[in-house]
Ligand binder design. Structure first.
Ligand SMILES: [Zn+2]
Length: 118
């Protein structure tokens, strides 16, 4: 049934063939949501990357979903973040989390440097 003239909103997928030929979204709301989601998945990838590099951090996989796990040796607390949870977080919160993990990673690098110096 689909043909080349089919024209759908990139965000929600509804038919927008009644819109301008160069329109990508059905509404401003969808345009904003799409951009936010793009940014969100970029931030998520960055966070996953940090979790694979940090000690006491890992990326876990259940049957249905991926989640990030961190263990805080000081408070002896394990924290889990499910991907669906992270996806619903605001980008600002994700950025804060990434910043925190980057600091950890920087601190880790410094510790290694001091240890190896002998
Ligand atoms: Zn839409």
């Amino acid at each position: 049934m689909s043909n080349n003239s089919e024209h759908c909103c990139l965000s929600c997928g509804i038919d927008i063939s009644n819109k301008r030929i160069d329109a990508k979204y059905c509404s401003d709301r969808c345009r904003m949501r799409y951009r936010r989601d793009q940014k969100n998945s970029k931030l998520l990838n960055e966070l996953i990357d940090l979790f694979t590099q940090l000690p006491n951090h890992s990326v876990q996989q259940t049957d249905s979903e991926l989640y990030l796990q961190s263990y805080n040796a000081l408070s002896r607390k394990t924290e889990n973040w499910h991907i669906s949870e992270l996806k619903s977080m605001s980008n600002q919160r994700l950025k804060d989390l990434i910043k925190k993990k980057r600091w950890l990673l920087a601190g880790e690098g410094l510790t290694n440097m001091l240890f190896n110096r002998s």
